[in-house]
Design a protein around this ligand. Sequence first.
Ligand code: ADP
Ligand code: MG
Length: 254
Amino acid sequence: MAGIELRQISKSFGDTLVLPRIGIDIRPGEFLTLVGPSGCGKSTLLRILAGLEQPDEGSVHIDGQDMTAVPPARRNLAMVFQSYALYPHLTVAQNMMTPLILRDLSARERLPVIGPLLSRGKRREIATRVHEAAETLQIEHLLGRKPGQLSGGQRQRVALGRAMVRAPKAFLMDEPLSNLDAALRVHMRAELSQLHRRLGTTFIYVTHDQTEALTMSDRMAVMKEGRILQLGTPDDIYRDPDTLDVARFIGSPR
Ligand code: ADP
Ligand code: MG
């Protein structure tokens, strides 16, 4: 489990200051949502945490270690993308093992045919992890299919499964449900909450949807123009918004 800290992060694109010295402390194992209107800097903050974007100032700490200069692959955080980014020509099982295989082979060994290069023990370990993740997500029956033969919700689960096999310190999700229809979105919310409880891993979840934030989070950070207006439990924020901006965005009854 990871305690993650973003300290005094600033980020500009050209002349536009997107994040003016933003800081946040994420508790080990919590489901934290970054919520706010489109363009307020949620994705940028998440990408900085993942290492996909460098901050102009400030630092990223994971378990007390400064990881600001560490590349994404070595932060051991799993980013679950909106578009799922599954390999269309590989089966579900192969999609799920890819991160483990790549981790275990040096760059020189990353050949098109990689299975035979792994020891039998390694292959068995990978198969076990894939099956465990598939069982948790109830997608065991889909392991032999290709992404093109899956529904949106199933693809979402495979993307989660691929993230799970690496046993990451935290899952980072950027609007992961926004491509799904309304009914499935509500269903997947409940599934993600359950998954979070079952795994006990830190979830950092970005959404512009206040209902999603209110229903899923342990704590939520309400953002506007690169700042955090309020950070607290959904209950606190809904019942006792600090500012009119928060009240308006959340739709509090006052
Ligand atoms: P959100 O995820 O909350 O919708 P983003 O973090 O994607 O917001 O974007 C915040 C602001 O930064 C927006 O004005 C966006 O246009 C700008 N921005 C984000 N990424 C880039 C980039 N790579 N180059 C230029 N501007 C960017
Ligand atoms: Mg975004």
